[in-house]
Design a protein around this ligand. Structure first.
Ligand SMILES: [Zn+2]
Ligand SMILES: [Zn+2]
Length: 140
């Protein structure tokens, strides 16, 4: 688990200044067990007594994406969600009813499939994305 201070230090070394919003946003993303949307973050901000404009959140997301601090996740419901760039390679599972999202680590991941796809398609594969969908224990 990374600390927000480490990330902020890294950004400072690249010449970016510290802002209170950025620090808080990173902390919220780090603390959250699941990826967060702009709306989720706005709500979390207001719970902590801060009001942050949606445009500010989007601007921060764009900046942190560019700096490869966070990554965007697509669960096919047209809501963009973000998580801190993970140290461990993982996927997600989402409950289609309550929208709860959990991390999934595949025992063997897709190494052999990737090798086959690369060979068959003559591609050099850089990354893959795979999310699972279902009903959580509560929603079944
Ligand atoms: Zn559920
Ligand atoms: Zn994988």
């Amino acid at each position: 688990m990374q600390a927000s201070s480490h990330i902020l230090k890294r950004l400072k070394e690249r010449g970016h200044r510290f802002t209170k919003t950025r620090g808080l946003l990173l902390e919220l993303l780090l603390k959250s067990p699941e990826p967060l949307s702009a709306l989720d973050l706005q709500k979390a901000f207001s719970r902590s007594g801060t009001t942050v404009a949606k445009t500010t959140v989007y601007r921060e997301f764009a900046f942190l994406m560019k700096e490869k601090v966070i990554r965007e996740l697509d669960f096919g419901d047209s809501i963009k969600r973000y998580e801190i760039m993970p140290d461990n390679h993982h996927h997600h599972i989402m409950c289609v009813n309550c929208r709860k999202i959990e991390e999934v680590v595949l025992e063997k991941d897709l190494d052999s499939e990737e090798k086959m796809i690369a060979k068959n398609k003559q591609f050099k594969i850089l990354n893959h994305s795979l999310e699972f969908f279902g009903l959580c224990a509560k929603c079944q």
